[in-house]
Ligand binder design. Sequence first.
Ligand SMILES: *Cc1c(COP(=O)(O)O)cnc(C)c1O
Length: 427
Amino acid sequence: MSLEALVQDPTIPAESGPVVSAPYNESGFNSSVMTTYGRYPIAIERGAGCNLWDTEGREYLDFVAGIATCTLGHAHPAMVETVTRQIQTLHHVSNLYYIPVQGELAKWLIDHSCADRAFFCNSGAEANEGAIKLARKYAHTVKGIEKPIILTAHASFHGRTLATITATGQPKYQKNFDPLMPGFHYVPYNDFEAVKNAIAELDDGEHGVAAIMLEALQGEGGVRPGDVEYFQQLRKLCDETGILLILDEVQVGMGRSGKYWGYENLGIEPDIFTSAKGLGGGIPIGATLCKSKCDVFQPGDHASTFGGNPFACAVALTVCQTLEQEKLLQNVQERGEQLRAGLRAIASKYPNQIAEVRGWGLINGMELKADIELTSADVVKNTIAEGLLLVPAGPKVVRFVPPLIVTAQEIDKALVAVEKAMATATK
Ligand SMILES: *Cc1c(COP(=O)(O)O)cnc(C)c1O
């Protein structure tokens, strides 16, 4: 099929059958790719909208979306058009030159958030590295803190680089990778007294708390929303002390919560925040955003070869504009309510297995009871057998993060699959 035909008729990939129809040779893959992931025995070949097809022609409803990343689903016509146009025009030049579409993307993000400035990189971890560097430089140059400390939360997730596994308050991600980065300290999430106590304890004239870095809703940690009162108290404390409030919006941002940014659900504004996952709709891009008072970077302080290249920025700008044009925030709110209502109805049929259903917009978790053997991985295995892809968020929480274009019928279809999966699990 010619590229032109693909662009002109975006329905073509959805209607044509799978290209290959054979079981995938997993052992060949496993002998050449490092075994850093536990993979499901499925090889995905093609996608359209919220559907995926594997190499054996099986169809799946995709409520993983590349882990909260494929904002517009798969093969969205607007993305196909932009990718095609941009690769034919200009895909990469480096930041030695002005990249107009990078400026346009920054402008869109600033116009639709509390930020004044943006720096572009390639992933969530890298966006958080940028935020950490920014906060440390601010501490040294503005606040005069010799050894700045960043508070982060237990059960948080901030990425897999050395600084971000240190920031991540979960020992399982840090094991065997020590020595970890100095300058981090953990507090329980949604506990304001713990933050106040830590600030007082850590300040010894040399060390001092420079920033508090949190997720507005903890994603990997089990889909746990932040408390409004907690975040408002933190904001006030930060205003009074000059400590920076950094929000990691990598998973909950970019419309997933039903608002553009997770912090909008908490009635506060961060000083610095980060974005990645949903920003490029599946094309790698990350961003560190901040208020102008925190923009202490000067030429040479921070950089990324690929960061903000024309290709990634053009696609991300298309994702942003499509969110707006297709009124997807409203869809996220409505479909999220529909999903939670449906999951709660299932929970009422399985009171001994399901403890709680919670979330914002289209980031939702179904938590299983702690005192039973059933795990989130068991439930996910069963839903996959029913043609529904889901992903755990920890051992007891099943996570639902479909593309933001998901329809009411697709939500209903997913609920049927979850109900069948629960029936199988409790047989
Ligand atoms: C996924 C995630 C990251 C890491 O993003 P990568 O692109 O994998 O580096 C950081 N923070 C949060 C909240 C995430 O969900």
